[in-house]
Design a protein around this ligand. Structure first.
Ligand SMILES: [Cu+2]
Length: 131
């Protein structure tokens, strides 16, 4: 697993993206089914992709499949962890502790290191996501 990272959030923002690379070294498929973090009211698993030239995002109800022996990248513009209902926006340099739960591998604690905020494009569209 690569060093997980998150994006710094603007003051007042309620949602933020988290990214990491997961390698399933097992001989069986696994699945990232859910995540939790004390800094977020809830955590969802999302996918972003271009649909007719427009970046759209949806929640992955069934989680993220990790085929045996493969590496799956959660990155801006693709799969990502979405921290929802964040009360204190993430600041650059912080570590956001989260628990990732896998169907087979069980629960794993990881720290998302907060990097610079998103620039134009990429994850910027997320601002409209919370309420
Ligand atoms: Cu999202």
């Amino acid at each position: 697993m690569s060093q997980p990272y998150a994006r710094a959030m603007l003051p007042g923002a309620k949602v933020g993206g988290g990214y990491l690379t997961i390698t399933n070294e097992a001989a069986t498929n696994d699945r990232l089914v859910s995540a939790t973090a004390s800094r977020a009211g809830s955590v969802q698993l999302h996918e972003m992709k271009f649909d007719n030239g427009v970046m759209v995002m949806r929640e992955l109800e069934g989680g993220i499949t990790l085929p045996a022996g493969t590496t799956v990248e959660l990155k801006p513009g693709g799969y990502h962890v979405m921290f929802m209902d964040v009360q204190q926006p993430f600041k650059e340099g912080e570590d956001i502790r989260a628990t990732l739960t896998f169907e087979r591998a069980g629960s794993i604690e990881v720290d998302f290191t907060v990097g610079p905020p998103a620039g134009n494009g990429g994850h910027g569209k997320h601002e409209g996501h919370g309420k």
